[in-house]
Design a protein around this ligand. Sequence first.
Ligand code: PLP
Length: 401
Amino acid sequence: MIMFSKDMVRLGNQRSVIRELFEYGNQRAKVVGKENVFDFSLGNPSVPAPDWVGETLQELVQTQSPIALHSYTSAQGSLEARQAIADDLNQRFGTEYTAEHLYLTAGAAAALSACFKALTQNPKDEFVAIAPYFPEYECFVKEGAGAEFRVVAAETTNFQIDFEALQQCLTPWTKAVIVNSPNNPSGAVYTEETAVKLSRLLKQKSEEYGHPIFLISDEPYREIVYDVQTPFLPNFYQDTLVCYSWSKSLSLPGERIGYVLVPPSLTQAKEAYAAICGAGRTLGYVNAPSLFQKIVAQAGGKPAQVEVYRKNRDLLCEGLKKAGYQFSVPGGAFYLFPSIPGGDGEEFSRRAMKYDLLVVPGEGFGCPGHIRISYCVAEDTIRRALPIFEQLMQEYRNEGI
Ligand code: PLP
């Protein structure tokens, strides 16, 4: 007889497809050499954290006492860090936030989990994700918050939103809709038109049901954009909670630093903020890493380094287009999400493994028939992988697919 939560044992034993591929890649690297494994599986930034991060760390260590550096801060994060983040948001988005509207977390994952937990009142409450979506949402919602998880089918032309499908998915039990732009895995960035339509639909449905449907905007890639801007959703829809992290924009995924923004425009904003604090307490998330609170307090006004990713994107898009792949050119993040001949992403991923090419099937993101290529890799890896992508396409052609 198992003495532990069956769900937790299951989740702990079940490695994500992405992790599975990553581990496989490590094994193969021992056999064929690291340079001969073309690993496009993980979303680990390939650009190092900017120099100012290391320099500031050194300065902090040299000028501040260990007590000052490593002590607990307030549960929701230090006042100084939260105020600095609010000031930066205000400068960029014309808002009027203060420290009171921010709750610092260990990355976007903790921010999301805190939101799901804070909003769930009843096990029948529903959180709606739009495919393709970050697979961890499902376990955060179902197992973490004990709520229902619903998925809206993807709009596969440009990966904006199929509003017809979204409308059909909303019910009186809908607590929140989760959006992620720039998107993992499609790289799509929502247009202003999408933001306006989304806001209109959620307002209409909130009125119809007599309670707000919240919007949870998961935006760790907000600054990783190429020639487009990410619409700042609280400026479009008042009931938006923002989950952010510096994992991608500053290449600090291992340092676990992010936040939940509870804008003052939110319905019952004070109670909402209290609920986020309560969720953080319940989940044991209090006090995001102290040292990195001090770092991100200084991030305002410093641009993300997107040029390397842009170059990779252009190289990959050009090569794959020539080889006959079909995809929507990503406006942001560092993922490309082509459709696959034969419509079976898992099969394509398996075939690619024969050549030590690792790509993630779209099935896990709720969007079959596609693969995710994470192009946060060395440029040379892309150059040397392109002939393999071509060869795979040729294989399918030879089979008449
Ligand atoms: N949301 C999306 C869409 C992501 O891609 C990721 C990480 O890859 C996360 C959330 C989690 O971010 P963090 O590492 O900051 O917790």
